[in-house]
Design a protein around this ligand. Structure first.
Ligand SMILES: Nc1ncnc2c1ncn2[C@@H]1O[C@H](COP(=O)(O)OP(=O)(O)OP(=O)(O)O)[C@@H](O)[C@H]1O
Ligand SMILES: [Mg+2]
Length: 166
């Protein structure tokens, strides 16, 4: 991640708030965007993705794709929800043509670091961490296109009133 990239953070205090963050993120994403999600088991990646799907206008219920590796949701924008937890199996699915479907879709990948060389160079990054009901969401970008979208996300996720104040 370039040091020049303007990262930012948001704190969620409940699963519902994480879904709402996701909804705003989904409304700001565009075809061709790739969002790499990071965080431990139970960090909230699938919870956030439910909101993202809603924000994209997808009406289907979003399930965890852990065992299916990838769900494709039809909607106003094609949406691919990936889970690379089982990285060896994911590798085969990507090599079988999944990677070619990234270009025209919004792609959200759980356990994205396990995608290795399949990971697009220019991508949004989001790490979730925390315990109890709190999750810290750390946003970043790894290239020029994602850096521009990162600013859209920042605008879509109003900062707490304290941010920027001395
Ligand atoms: N602020 C919060 N945001 C999101 N989830 C939260 C929050 N507080 C508590 N939780 C709980 O944490 C769990 C998150 O589960 P979720 O399936 O979204 O995690 P995940 O990162 O997708 O895990 P996995 O790596 O197994 O796919 C849920 O049980 C949810 O209710
Ligand atoms: Mg999950």
């Amino acid at each position: 991640m370039s040091p020049a990239t303007a990262r930012f953070e948001r704190l969620s205090r409940s699963p519902e708030q994480t879904v709402e963050f996701g909804r705003r993120i989904g409304a700001a994403l565009r075809p061709g965007d790739f969002l790499a999600l990071h965080g431990d088991l139970g960090a909230g990646k699938t919870t956030l993705t439910r909101g993202i799907a809603a924000g994209l206008g997808i009406l289907d219920r979003v399930a965890s794709p852990s065992y299916l590796l990838c769900h494709e949701y039809p909607g106003p924008v094609p949406f691919l929800h990936l889970d690379a937890y089982f990285e060896a199996r994911m590798d085969g699915v990507l090599a079988d043509g999944l990677v070619e479907r990234f270009a025209g879709a919004v792609v959200v990948a759980e356990w994205a670091e396990r995608l290795g060389a399949w990971l697009p160079a220019d991508r949004l990054e989001l790490e979730l961490s925390g315990q109890g009901a709190e999750r810290l969401l750390r946003f970043g970008a790894s290239g020029p296109e994602s850096a521009a979208r990162l600013e859209d996300l920042r605008a879509a996720l109003p900062a707490p009133e304290t941010e920027g104040k001395p």
